[in-house]
Design a binder for this molecule. Structure first.
Ligand SMILES: [Zn+2]
Length: 118
């Protein structure tokens, strides 16, 4: 009968150790899994190589045309005068003075017949 008691005690110790070992293993596995999950989340949600913030470039800016010479320029760089946009202060003044753009004097023609040599 004493052998049976020892066997029962040994079985109890064995089961206790085994359950404790299994719990420790589960803890380790859970910790490893949580670590992997956190790493995956950091890769997916964080600033990964595929996460490209889209900056506001000048090309995406609203473009307006100069009311005097019809030159297109970003709205932030245009000069606004009473619902009109101008590329420069001079054109705003010329437009206000009523000077048409076609008669504006050009200092140099792009295709002059005479070719001065310098
Ligand atoms: Zn202009």
């Amino acid at each position: 009968m004493r052998l049976l008691v020892w066997l029962a005690f040994a079985a109890l110790v064995y089961l206790a150790l085994r359950s404790r070992a299994r719990a420790m293993q589960e803890n380790l596995r859970r910790a490893a899994r949580e670590q992997a999950n956190s790493q995956a989340n950091a890769q997916a949600g964080g600033a990964g190589p595929f996460a490209q913030p889209q900056p506001h470039s000048a090309a995406a800016e609203n473009m307006v045309a100069c009311s005097y010479c019809q030159l297109y320029l970003p709205a932030s760089e245009a000069i606004n005068r009473s619902n009109d946009h101008f590329c420069c202060e001079e054109h705003a003044q010329l437009h206000a003075a009523g000077v048409p753009h076609s008669t504006a004097p050009h200092s140099s023609a792009p295709h002059s017949p005479s070719n001065p040599t310098e």
